[in-house]
Design a protein around this ligand. Structure first.
Ligand code: HEC
Ligand code: HEC
Length: 327
């Protein structure tokens, strides 16, 4: 019949496990602490391995075990292509830019904010390490921040200028006339690694990764978003009548009469090449600045107001705004 097993007679021998555990600890220490100097870069490497490599990959190529499932994909740090900067298109970000991204994370993506998990020093260490990941042919070179300029309130009569600029500069071809990200060329876009990419839905403030206030939008317009089809408009806001001598009216396929008239009226108001020829640098800067702000404020106006759902389930948007302003 059944034989009752007497548990007390089974003796385990833990010694083998203990030896294995000690060997594992020794091995892992020797592997991981191998050649890692105790300077900023070395400390950054440890932080990167522990917190960032799961997505960004062991060597920073954006190919960590979790990467395949993520859209947009994690950044490949060996290419030196950084999307969110205060510096000109194609250049590398400043330390402040990187601190901002790493602390806050990137809204609407899998890139988390590290403000609560890493100290300010640790963030600087990991930044030192990120810079060493750029491939040897490229080398790290911090770009120069573009000028910020202060925010002039646009006079009542000029509110339509932002919309006119949105039409003239053909932002709508990608972002759509309503800003929803579904313009006529939206489906054709690829990033610099030939992966599909979609234009941002400008109506949803949580989708803006570089910030949704007019001041942030202006920055994104001037810097562009490197590695994506989102162009840089730096130097392109000093518009004159003559730029639009032959405004292509075949936009009529997509644009309404109202929209075409709006553009027409805006273009008439612009100075001519002749008129700006002798203007001092400061005046030219102001003409450009005005257009930059008009467009940025128009984009900001796309953003949906907070509905009941957000009011009930998200933190108070006013608090959030204050917090961001105070930072
Ligand atoms: C859960 C996945 C995940 C983890 C963990 C993660 N990241 Fe990211 N990270 C991303 C993704 C996804 C992007 C790309 C977002 C985009 O394209 O807008 C990104 C982008 C970035 C960028 C690029 C910003 C730019 O301007 O292009 C930096 C810098 C960055 N991460 C740093 C870090 C650091 C430092 C850590 C560790 C402390 C870390 N990340 C951990 C997913 C992750
Ligand atoms: C050729 C297509 C294209 C055109 C033209 C274009 N964009 Fe974009 N834009 C994109 C794509 C793609 C992204 C998303 C990039 C990404 O995934 O990081 C983007 C992102 C943005 C963002 C979001 C930045 C953030 O914080 O994440 C803003 C704001 C923006 N565009 C405004 C504009 C405005 C204004 C214009 C016209 C002056 C314009 N875009 C023209 C393709 C375009």
């Amino acid at each position: 019949m059944f034989k009752v097993i007497d548990l007390s007679r089974i003796s385990y021998n833990y010694t083998g496990w203990l030896v294995l555990a000690i060997l594992y600890v020794l091995w892992s220490q020797s592997v991981f602490s191998q050649q890692l100097p105790n300077d900023d870069v070395g400390k950054g490497a440890v932080i990167f391995r522990d917190h960032c490599s799961a997505c960004h990959g062991r060597t920073g190529e954006g190919d960590g075990p979790g990467a395949a499932a993520l859209f947009p994909p994690p950044r490949d740090f060996t290419t030196g292509v950084y999307k969110y900067r205060s510096t000109s298109s194609g250049s590398m970000p400043t330390n402040e830019d990187l601190v901002k991204v790493i602390k806050r994370g990137l809204s609407g993506t899998w890139m988390p904010g590290w403000e609560r998990l890493l100290s300010d020093d640790q963030i600087l260490y990991v930044i030192s390490y990120l810079k060493t990941l750029v491939s040897k042919e490229i080398e790290w070179q911090t770009g120069v921040p573009i000028s910020t300029g202060s925010l002039p309130e646009l006079p009542e009569g000029d509110r339509g200028d932002g919309e006119a600029l949105f039409l003239i500069l053909e932002c709508w071809s990608c972002h759509g006339l309503s800003g929803s990200g579904k313009g006529p060329s939206a489906n054709t876009l690829k990033d610099y690694k030939d992966r599909k990419i979609t234009p941002t839905d400008l109506k949803d403030k949580h989708k803006y990764r570089a910030g949704y206030r007019a001041v942030d939008i202006r920055n994104s317009l001037l810097t562009g978003i490197s590695g994506t089809p989102m162009p840089s408009y730096e130097g392109l806001f000093l518009l004159t009548k003559d730029d639009f001598m032959e405004l292509e009216m075949n936009d009529g396929e997509y644009l309404s009469r109202y929209e075409i008239e709006l553009m027409d009226r805006f273009i008439r108001k612009l100075p001519s090449n002749y008129e700006i020829e002798d203007l001092p640098e400061a005046d030219l800067y102001n003409i450009s600045l005005r257009n930059e702000w008009a467009l940025s404020q128009y984009i900001e106006s796309f953003q949906r107001k907070n509905g009941l759902f957000r009011w009930l389930f998200y933190s108070n948007p006013e608090d959030l705004k204050l917090r961001i302003q105070n930072e």
